[in-house]
Design a protein around this ligand. Structure first.
Ligand code: FEO
Length: 396
């Protein structure tokens, strides 16, 4: 990715990872970017680095603008290795005595990652750093995405360097929101939220409130993944507000796996019946859809139905995998129900309900078990289950 001057004296110098398809279990079928930013001022400042293996490209990008050795300050907004993996090599190149500004937790976490005596300079929440004509303000943003995370705000240009916040795993040569397809962009931002940040929704609501109270004017949001929000930065903040609130919608996702198509038949009957009740619904087969795509649908669905055959007295393995993933992300305000076919023991529905209860979600029905292949009565029971779920959802 060629360096790009995003506003006078401020450059995007990060890299594109076209080929990454799995980001710690999240399917990144469009690849991603590791964004980094260079500010030319009295103190030349680099904000964030890149994943290990991409440092040479970062340093080359910087060298197109200035000799990397002339960098005076480094800001590390977040410890996770997709942003800090390149830090030791960058510091080796520019001078290991140069200060690295990070949060207090960032100092601890970076030290534990690199076991190297670097010149960490922990900053306070809302602390300021003059870099010449410009000033940076640091905002602690714990758990967006790790305890060490922070945003860096460039006061004069009103640019928010938001680390993981407002990011998307979206590899593209275009660097701005107004240069890419809006539907794809918002989907990728939603997917990112659902898979990376959903768990921290209560903190995100507080953070948005805090930013509003501070009265920060924002001309541009530059996350560390994907494109920059310049057309209407408020749009992604409003989307985060909506995703974090998780207000239930008249929408359902029916997630299932199947052995001999019986649970599959039930899933499609339930989806059709939900549709007939005015619920926007879709089936998602666990071996056809990646868990990260499914959780993206869960994010704004008011109802989540999970179906599993009983296999060896337990859940089908893909169903266990998905429920573990969903439980970790702690979605709220969903009505849920379980269903599935079985041969002789039939524990799957009970086991799904147990997981739902552990998630603190409202189980609207004891669930529907069908032995072997669903007959007409069983299919009617699927319709009845769908109706009970539809009744528990808000009206359109
Ligand atoms: Fe993009 Fe939490 O790292």
């Amino acid at each position: 990715m060629k360096p790009l001057e995003i506003t006078k004296g401020v450059y995007s110098v990060g890299v594109i990872d076209w080929n990454v398809r799995d980001f710690h279990g999240y399917s990144t079928y469009l690849g991603t970017t590791y964004n980094a930013f260079l500010i030319l001022d009295d103190k030349v400042t680099l904000i964030d680095t890149v994943k290990k293996g991409f440092e040479d490209e970062l340093l080359y990008n910087i060298s197109q603008i200035i000799d990397p050795k002339k960098i005076d300050y480094v800001v590390s907004n977040h410890t996770e290795m997709d942003h800090s993996g390149g830090l030791p090599r960058v510091m080796h190149k520019i001078g290991e005595d140069k200060p690295i500004f990070c949060s207090k937790m960032g100092q601890k976490n970076l030290s534990k990652h690199f076991r190297q005596d670097l010149n960490f300079q922990p900053v306070d929440n809302l602390g300021e750093l003059s870099i010449g004509k410009r000033t940076l303000t640091f905002l602690e943003t714990r758990m967006v995405h790790w305890p060490d995370s922070m945003f860096t705000y460039l006061n004069e240009e009103k640019i928010l360097f938001s680390s993981d916040g407002f990011g998307q795993h979206f590899a593209t040569l275009e660097r701005f929101d107004d240069q890419v397809d809006e539907g794809e962009l918002m989907y990728q931002a939603k997917k990112y939220y659902a898979n990376i940040l959903l768990l921290y929704s209560p903190l995100i609501l507080k953070l948005i409130q805090k930013v509003k109270e501070l009265g920060l004017e924002i001309e541009m949001i530059c996350p560390d993944h994907g494109v920059f929000w310049r057309k209407d930065p408020g749009k992604i903040i409003e989307a985060y507000q909506e995703w974090a609130e998780q207000k239930p919608k008249r929408k359902a996702v029916v997630i299932y796996d199947t052995m001999w198509h019986s649970t599959h038949t039930m899933a499609e009957k339930i989806v059709a019946a939900l549709g007939a009740e005015g619920v926007k619904a879709k089936p998602m087969h666990l071996r056809s859809c990646h868990r990260s795509e499914i959780i993206t649908e869960v994010l704004d669905s008011g109802a989540v139905l999970v179906g599993s055959p009983t296999l060896n007295n337990g859940l089908f393995p893909t169903v266990s995998d998905f429920l573990t993933y969903m439980k970790g992300l702690k979605p709220k305000n969903k009505v849920v129900a379980a269903f599935g076919s079985y041969g002789w023991s039939g524990e799957a529905v009970k086991l799904i309900n147990r997981e739902f209860e552990a998630m603190g979600l409202e189980v609207v029905d004891e669930g529907l078990r069908v032995q072997y292949v669903p007959d007409e009565d069983a299919l009617e029971a699927c319709v009845a289950l769908a109706k009970r779920v539809a009744e528990a959802l808000p009206p359109e």
